[in-house]
Write a protein that binds this ligand. Structure first.
Ligand code: CA
Length: 219
């Protein structure tokens, strides 16, 4: 997740709440930095303030869309001015919230945007006996809740958004760790080992030289 917001206190709160909701979060404090990150890193979704130093949010969004960057973007508007929202939508925004807003609302809207962007209309994702309620972030196996750490949740959630598809090691790492986290592929293996233990062997397959794939071993 990328958060582009120049008010440090708000940026910090958003980062905390989104990390608490299971996302890996990068923060940019001006439009130029935000544009650059969104242009070069693969994000599942972006929270973009419109009033930003160096480069305004509408321009940032226009540039991303012109360059073919298609990630869902939720804009933050300072006022409930329709003209501002309309400019955001014209530039390619997917949704908006008006400041001040409930943090929970941002989380729910982002989860819905990410789910829809990966082609799922229902809030519940499943594979075999494994289910993820994307609204609450709850994961169950055969109806029994599974306790996952934040990183374990990110791995499983990402794979559940893309079942039956090979996800490369790099792609998975980018979605598990934020940009500043020092990680190596061994730590990903360790994490995957823990997730496999919790959901039962056979569901996450290692595809030699290519990556990982979530499948229902019984189908
Ligand atoms: Ca601002």
């Amino acid at each position: 997740m990328l958060v582009v917001e120049d008010e440090p206190a708000l940026a910090f709160r958003l980062q905390q709440v989104l990390e608490g909701a299971g996302f890996a979060v990068d923060v940019a404090y001006d439009g130029e930095d935000g544009w650059h990150l969104g242009d070069t890193e693969p994000y599942d979704a972006v929270v973009l303030d419109l009033g930003l130093p160096k480069l305004d949010g509408v321009t940032v969004l226009q540039r991303w869309r012109e360059a073919g960057r298609a990630m869902p973007v939720l804009i933050l508007t300072a006022r409930s001015r329709w003209s501002e929202k309309m400019a955001g939508f014209n530039a390619g925004a997917d949704d908006y919230v008006t400041k001040p807003f409930e943090m929970e609302e941002v989380v729910y809207r982002l989860r819905a945007l990410i789910r829809r962007a990966s082609g799922h209309a229902q809030p519940e994702l499943s594979c075999g006996g494994l289910r993820l309620d994307t609204n609450t972030g709850r994961v169950t196996l055969d109806g029994v809740p599974i306790q996952l750490t934040a990183q374990e949740f990110r791995i499983l959630s990402y794979l559940l958004h893309h079942p039956g598809r090979i996800v490369s090691r790099t792609e998975l790492m980018e979605h598990v760790y934020d940009r500043l986290f020092e990680s190596d592929s061994n730590s990903l293996e360790v994490l995957l080992g823990r997730v496999r233990k919790k959901i039962g062997t056979g569901m996450i397959q290692t595809v030699r030289g290519q990556g990982y794939m979530l499948t229902d071993p019984e189908s």
